[in-house]
Write a protein that binds this ligand. Sequence first.
Ligand code: GTP
Length: 596
Amino acid sequence: TPPERIRNFCIIAHIDHGKSTLADRMLQYTGVVADREMRAQYLDRMDIERERGITVKSQAVRIPWELNGDTFALNMIDTPGHVDFSYEVSRSLAACEGAVLLVDAAQGIEAQTLANLYLALENDLTIIPVLNKIDLPAADPERFAKELADLIGGSPDDVLRVSGKTGAGVEDLLDRIVSDIPAPVGDPDAPARAMIFDSVYDAYRGVVTYVRMIDGSLAPRQRVQMMSTRAQHELLEIGVSSPEPHPSNGLGVGEVGYLITGVKDVRQSKVGDTVTDHRKPAETALTGYVEPKPMVYSGLYPIDASDYTSLREALDKLKLSDAALVYEPETSVALGFGFRCGFLGLLHLEIITERLSREFDLDLITTAPSVVYTVRSENGEEIVVTNPSEYPEGKIEQVTEPIVKASVLLPKDYVGTVMELCQSRRGSLLGMDYLSENRVELKYTMPLGEIVFDFFDQLKSRTQGYASFDYEPAGSEAADLVKVDILLQGDRVDAFSAIVHRDNAYAYGTTMTERLRKLIPRQQFEVPIQAAIGARIIARENIRAIRKDVLAKCYGGDISRKRKLLEKQKEGKKRMKMVGRVEVPQNAFIAALSGD
Ligand code: GTP
């Protein structure tokens, strides 16, 4: 297809504003998917995505559309909607010339609408504003068309009104995509440059890499090179998805399609990288490539120690399809053998742990998420701490923590309670904007460490679910942080160490010591539970001693009954962990960590 007949676009929307439903309708109206094959959310392939109604992995689909007698190839690139994957969103956007900005006509603009819109504007995309779900009785298109027009400029009359459910307005939207979005431009004679915007592991075909051709062309059997790693591969197959794969004899300027090179690991074909011709390589890579960088770390431990090998195998498998997942073995006094894993954010963490339990049938305990701290000791040595138990001993000169710029959108009645929440999480207010009479955007800078600690749940419950929230990394800052250790009879229990702000250290210490006192059974001797910063004790609880005499109940009678009891007691001991001399059932640790 010549570039002037190509239109590359994506749909950007807040979660639940109906992106997948609209995409399905487009596939149906253009005849790409026959009506009888149509199933809800054709493009969301992962089960977990469908169940949770979130889109994690982007896909590209080529759809034909006719306008004024000419047939155009529209490439629809599906983008993930969540902040954790904002790098993937930005690469998907970079593969397009235009974006459909989809807003629920009963909800209006939300936090991810704004975050995605800003990313689209940074990539110079043409924006087509669209209100969706106009079939809803609660839809208020007049009001929200004005809100949208105020936001992006232009008149409320230019805002399209559609319903992904009934199909109303979808054909007009397809026409607008052809007439408003510019055709791609590139140099067909230059050395090939294709940008990778997605890389998906497929058990049968290996890694399927989705690319947008910028310059030149690529053909089957050609040798290609990945510009970031210089690794070479042969193109075994190249083609377009519509949405099933259709092999072709090549991709030219402006086209969007997939490549298969036989690599088995998405790390060999990374999002953001540039693919070029090995024999006639391009001189400079396309801009925008960054290594995925974990922002949140957590320890994953099998509840049943014999699952350790299965856990390792499961992680190895997940890694094939997830370039951002990192892990290394870790041991803990309290929890045994497990892995320290790095994630892009909390949702990413949740997705991985859920897949481990669902697809691999593993029962896991996850330690409290921690962000990445840089700790400088007095001797000037700097170390990066992703696990509080690795926090250096001795005098610390400075600790820095990651900071984010957060944006909260909410009805104005909740401004007070949300400001209070943000303040309590060490946020500092950057600004407050009225998007309309009733809707406000609050902008804060906040430590990421405060957000990973149930901020989202708090926000939802304080606003009855009416607030939406998004953030982007904004560097790091020094803060008065300390490590609090929890000691059982003087021995540190590693899984409970936490890095917290000095003002919150006492609260953390008392909560944890109290929780453990209630959970740990009495021993033959008194056991102090303490919280400490370095050598200084900040909180203390005691478990009183008992002499646990299981035979006392038996009145010296039946000998076989005595034996049974002794055996039972032995059995129970198997799942005990020793911390110094103290015996603790593993369940107590698990309960204390999960807070119930
Ligand atoms: P993410 O993939 O999580 O970003 O969600 P999404 O934006 O793709 O939303 P999805 O298409 O899954 O739709 C969210 C909900 O809105 C679903 O319950 C849909 O059935 C419903 N929905 C989508 N479009 C319409 C519409 O035009 N009218 C009505 N009434 N409901 C709709």
